[in-house]
Design a protein around this ligand. Structure first.
Ligand code: NAI
Ligand code: MG
Length: 358
């Protein structure tokens, strides 16, 4: 059965980097004889919004349900449509309605990429961040009273359910178990947040009993951010609630170089709904249309997709191709964000050629 991929480029540089993501996936799937089918959609974009008054067509859910995964570029053109409309009208709907309760990001220092942290070289930093993606601090339960008076008060609740916490922990423990170091770090703040965070900790302790081979530790979120910068080599798999995971999953990739190369996956591990694979970056209106966006984040997101569906050999080959091209970092090939004079095309095609040369 072929892997069916819905291609949703979105806006801005999403449209520019997507073709190279698809081409690299097509090339690697040819080499490894993986049956894979792509179908492109123009929704989840500001152009679609201007035409139809909505980010998505009414039948978007049934349409995307026919696919194993969504390969997503980036959405947003803040000068045309406000960001809350674009994001809530597309990406956040996908995450919630498709119950993509895992947000997964690698934090890996690649060869040839200057590290903002002093004295680190490729291989020193290599860990995963697992963020809870559906509940926690990002609930819409709360409200405001005494508005406009001195007693004005706002409240917003954090929701943690046993099912919600356990399922993200199970995913993170399984991931840790699959890795050589088998180490899991949990982000907490039970010294300050006195109800939900001790609960999170207690579920970590419970889950740890089922994974005696995994080494578990916990850090309060404040010191954990310091360790990301000062001792990133100690981490293997880091798991956090929606808010803590959000912060860590921007900080981690930022510690390993340009935003243009970082990938991200929004996963529904049960496979009941499609998962979504995307670069970390947005639509970058400041460089859109110039053909200089770094396509590696998009290509690497495709690599995560292959890995997710169990095509390990092909995924490893594509990652090696990315690494080899970055390691060489030829000035005429790599994009300006990496100090080069190349373009989306030169860098994208270099990865594609490297796949064929492996
Ligand atoms: P951004 O990631 O689009 O850009 C931030 C900075 O990084 C810009 O200077 C940009 O030129 C640079 N950059 C980003 N990707 C790059 C690449 N591949 N190669 C070279 N340079 C790159 O974030 P920003 O400016 O905050 O948001 C722009 C728009 O994108 C907004 O509408 C925002 O809502 C949206 N956005 C969408 C996301 C998504 O679709 N998942 C994620 C983040 C932002
Ligand atoms: Mg974020």
């Amino acid at each position: 059965k072929p892997l069916k991929i819905a291609v949703v480029p979105g806006d801005g540089i999403g449209i520019e980097v997507m073709p190279y993501g698809v081409r690299c996936l097509e090339t690697v799937s040819k080499v490894f004889k993986i049956p894979i089918q792509f179908e492109s959609f123009d929704f989840a974009s500001c152009v679609f919004y201007q035409k139809h008054g909505d980010m998505l067509p009414p039948d978007w859910k049934e349409t995307l349900m026919r696919f194993d995964a969504v390969y997503f570029g980036a959405v947003g053109m803040p000068d045309l449509v406000p960001d809350d409309i674009t994001l809530w009208g597309s990406l956040l709907k996908f995450r919630r309605e498709f119950d993509q309760y895992i947000n997964l990001r690698p934090c890996r220092l690649m060869p040839g990429v200057p590290c903002p942290l002093a004295g680190r070289k490729a291989g020193d930093i290599d860990f995963w961040i697992v963020r809870e993606n559906t509940e926690g601090e990002y609930s819409s339960i709360g409200g405001k009273i005494f508005e406009g008076t001195d007693r004005e008060t706002v409240v917003q609740e954090t929701i943690m359910t046993r099912t919600g916490v356990d399922r993200v922990l199970r995913y993170a423990f399984d991931l840790a178990r699959s890795r050589p170091r088998k180490r899991l770090t949990s982000a907490t703040k039970s010294n300050g947040i006195s109800i939900t965070m001790p609960y999170w900790d207690s579920r970590v302790n419970e889950m740890a009993k089922k994974y005696p081979d995994v080494n578990v530790d916990k850090y309060h979120i404040d010191i954990l951010t310091a360790h990301f910068v000062q001792r990133p080599d100690i981490f293997d798999v880091v798991v956090g609630s929606n808010l803590f995971g959000d912060i860590l999953s921007d900080l981690g990739p930022a510690c390993t170089g340009t935003i243009g190369i970082a990938p991200s996956a929004n996963i529904n591990p049960d496979g009941q709904f499609p998962s979504l694979f995307e670069p970390v970056h947005g639509s970058a209106p400041d460089i859109a249309g110039k053909g200089i966006a770094n396509p590696i984040g998009m290509i690497w997101a495709g690599q995560m997709m292959l890995h997710h569906f169990g095509y390990t050999e092909a995924a490893d080959a594509l990652l090696r191709a990315i690494e080899n091209v970055l390691a060489r970092s030829e000035v005429s090939i790599v994009t300006p964000d990496m100090g080069g004079q190349g373009s989306t095309k030169t860098l994208g095609e270099a990865v594609e050629r490297e796949v064929m040369a492996l």
